[in-house]
Design a protein. Structure first.
Length: 137
């Protein structure tokens, strides 16, 4: 995902390009790792001091719903990043301190399927492991 593609998705879904949305997209384009909403808010608020926290969250949730951003919780705080920043994987190690995200190239889905009853169907999956990266240890 990049800013240009995100703007196309917004337009396809009936959302206008605004300077606020463009600023949010710029923030995520610069940072490929998960970023805490409060960190996004601090940078966003530098340019748009009058914008409410609700405005920020409304835009973040909209971008998650239409497939621009993905969200995860780290220690109870919501973190966001462009959807698909790690090509080809939905398996990640995520640093709880800095949000560094590394693809994990092992998929445990077949192991999980083997323990589920035969009449269960898996439509999708995501695997996240949380800890501390070497820099933050």
């Amino acid at each position: 995902m990049n800013r240009k593609k995100a703007l196309e998705i917004l337009k396809e879904n009936g959302y206008r390009q605004t300077v606020q949305r463009d600023k949010l997209l710029q923030i995520f384009e610069r940072n490929t790792d998960y970023t805490a909403a409060i960190v996004v808010w601090k940078e966003f608020n530098l340019k748009f001091a009058g914008a409410s926290y609700n405005t920020l969250y409304r835009n973040l949730y909209t971008m998650v719903e239409i497939g621009i951003l993905e969200m995860t919780k780290i220690d109870g705080l919501k973190h966001f990043r462009f959807l698909g920043n790690v090509e080809g994987y939905d398996h990640y190690f995520i640093c709880k301190k800095c949000g560094l995200t590394k693809a994990i190239e092992v998929c445990l889905l077949e192991n999980i399927r083997s323990v589920l009853p035969k009449d269960y169907t898996i439509d999708n999956h995501r695997f996240e492991v949380y800890g501390m990266c070497p820099t933050c240890k």
